[in-house]
Write a protein that binds this ligand. Structure first.
Ligand code: ATP
Length: 595
């Protein structure tokens, strides 16, 4: 209970922070709206009484006596309607503010979280629950609390009114609604547990949906004729979740029907009682109208009140998912004493580094040690799955190792703020990003903080051989590349790779890492880049991962990785002489060309 109250408090804080002005207006409007129906009931009683008097009195009553009460009813009715429209606008506006605020919280958290989270399915479950609930659930808490307050207030007034008629009717009003509220609470638990348990299945159907509708899978899906296969997988997964949910809702609906019988009986008893009292002359027609309307309005208020209570109970269950995500801890942080790294002066040292991916039962990086001197060009080679890309991620501190350390100019990188530390690295990842944005912007993203950089962007593009193509686009460097938006121009994979290379070169980081940077480059561009490699990297410390041994030979030193361990290191000549794994891989590849 205490936990839930804390969650509610936190949620209300979020709602308030997102927009204090609109939140306040929303609350005021909600309270105002609860008062108008009561005034209307009271005014209607006056109208009926005046009309009854006019029709039964021997002396004619002037029209004026009827016009004023009717006018008052119309004015209050109009205010009620107008406040309802305005209140809808206020709610929408406030919900929008909250949505933006919550998305910015979710996104800020997501970009800060350790990369290792993205290796865990539980993380994606947690993220998908949070993104489903976060944009609207805190508002639901606020609205339910306001409804509760409003409902209580109005109910007290209505109950007071009904008490003047008969106290048993007031009790009846309350009791008739109890089965409904109990039902909602009971099923809130069932539905919450069901939905939580179904998150992996929901993600699975979202994945199949993406396979069927996404841009990337579209070509292979058509060529291999996989459409119907994925449609059946989607249906299977979707129905699995929805059928069970529908079953739960069906059971709830049947019981809800029974609970509505209680309310109908209460209504029957009340109507009969009021009718008898009126026939017996104990109530005027005006009073009869007032009590009938009051009873009906009371039922609405009670329904709202209990609905708000049940809603709050549901909110309490679901809002936990949002905070579960927002409270995830970042572990890749700067340990004390914090050191601010400056540009590499001497070397990077890797000592006994070991790392295992969560869920894997084998060590990906196994007790690896080596050093890289400032300005050196190191080639990292090895069979598929040897651990080369993983080692790069550890060097950039995208992951922290299980054991061992990386020292940057003698200081452990654990003592550095990861964001600050990563500023010293520029990387072309194997799976580099394609941004559907202007070509120039795609390159500037290497250092988004650098503003007036037109000539530097062009210089990077020229180095990687993509300048002429960009220049020939309809709007040159302003042309949006990719195929997602209007007036954009799609590039070939090799052209994208040149853009990614230009992006990495644009960043003035002291360490440059290129993970398979030329896999899609044509022979001319590849030759041009690698024959001028030293000139291009401009004395930066560089790590080159490549399966193309002709490119590897230019390195000052080659590190051969095999099954997560260093198999051998040396220059090309040394490794060729030693006749180990490098020699075997090199001769196998070159034999194909020499045939
Ligand atoms: P390649 O030459 O094919 O690019 P690599 O040497 O770069 O391979 P890594 O990508 O570092 O190899 O992968 C090393 C091992 O770690 C592989 O066996 C792979 O299955 C495992 N691995 C890689 N990424 C992940 C991940 N995100 N989660 C779990 N295991 C992973």
């Amino acid at each position: 209970m205490k936990k839930k109250i804390n969650l509610f408090r936190e949620s209300l804080r979020l709602v308030w922070n997102s927009s204090p002005g609109w939140t306040f207006t929303n609350i005021v409007m909600s309270v105002l709206r609860s008062i108008f129906p009561l005034i209307l009931i009271w005014l209607l009683k006056g109208v009926v009484d005046v009309i009854t008097k006019a029709t039964t009195s021997a002396h004619p009553i002037s029209d004026i006596n009827v016009v004023w009460p009717v006018l008052a009813v119309v004015i209050v009715w109009f205010l009620d309607e107008a406040s309802s429209d305005f209140s809808n606008y206020v709610r929408k506006k406030q919900a929008l503010k909250l949505e933006i605020y919550m998305y910015s919280l979710l996104h800020s958290k997501s970009i800060k979280l350790d990369l290792i989270n993205f290796e865990r399915p539980e993380y994606f479950d947690c993220l998908s629950r949070a993104t489903r609930e976060a944009p609207w659930r805190p508002n639901s808490i606020l609205n339910n609390m306001v409804s509760l307050l409003r409902g209580l207030l109005s109910l007290l007034l209505i109950a007071g009114l009904i008490l003047t008629l008969n106290w048993t009717l007031a009790v009846l009003l309350l009791v008739a609604n109890i089965p409904g509220i109990w039902l909602r609470l009971y099923y809130a638990d069932i539905l919450y547990n069901f939905q939580r348990q179904q998150t992996p299945e929901a993600r699975k159907s979202a994945y199949f949906n993406w396979l069927l509708t996404g841009d990337r899978p579209s070509r292979e899906l058509r060529l291999f004729g996989l459409g119907n296969y994925f449609i059946s997988l989607f249906k299977q997964s979707f129905l699995k979740q929805k059928e069970e949910e529908i079953n739960i809702i069906r059971r709830r609906t049947v019981i809800e029907l029974i609970s509505n019988l209680f309310k109908a009986s209460a209504l029957l008893i009340t109507l009969l009682f009021i009718a008898r009292q009126t026939i017996n002359g104990k109530l005027t027609l005006g009073q009869m109208t007032m009590y009938l309307l009051a009873f009906r309005q009371g039922m609405i208020y009670i329904k709202d009140l209990f609905g708000a209570l049940a809603g709050l109970y549901e909110d309490g269950l679901f809002i936990g998912d949002t905070f579960e995500f927002l409270n995830l801890k970042e572990n890749v942080t700067a340990a004390e004493p914090v050191i601010v790294p400056s540009s590499l002066k001497k070397k990077i040292v890797v000592e006994n580094l070991s790392f295992t991916y969560p869920g894997n039962n084998f060590t990906t990086i196994n007790n690896v040690s080596f050093e890289i001197k400032k300005g050196e060009i190191i080639a990292l080679v090895g069979p598929n799955g040897a651990g080369k890309s993983t080692l790069v991620r550890l060097l950039c501190r995208l992951y922290d190792p299980d054991s061992g350390k990386v020292k940057y100019d003698g200081n452990e990188i654990r003592n550095m703020d990861p964001e600050e530390y990563r500023k010293h690295f520029s990387v072309v990842f194997q799976d580099f990003m394609l941004y559907n944005l202007p070509a120039g912007e795609n390159i500037r993203m290497g250092n988004i903080e650098e503003k007036s950089s037109g000539s530097k962007i062009k210089a990077s593009a020229t180095t990687t051989g993509i300048h002429d193509l960009i220049n020939s686009l309809p709007n040159g460097y302003e042309t949006v590349i990719g195929n997602l938006f209007d007036d954009s121009r799609e590039l070939s994979w090799g052209e994208w790779q040149k853009i990614a290379l230009a992006r990495a070169l644009f960043r003035d980081a002291p360490v440059l890492i290129l993970d398979e940077p030329s896999s899609a480059l044509d022979a001319d561009t590849e030759h041009d880049i690698f024959s001028r490699f030293r000139e291009i990297v401009k004395g930066r410390t560089s790590i080159l991962i490549s399966h193309r041994f002709t490119n590897v030979t230019l390195a000052d030193r080659i590190i051969v990785l095999d099954k997560g361990s260093i198999a051998e290191t040396g220059t090309h000549e040394e490794l060729m002489k030693s006749g180990g794994l490098y020699f075997k891989m090199f001769t196998k590849q070159s034999s194909r060309f020499n045939k």
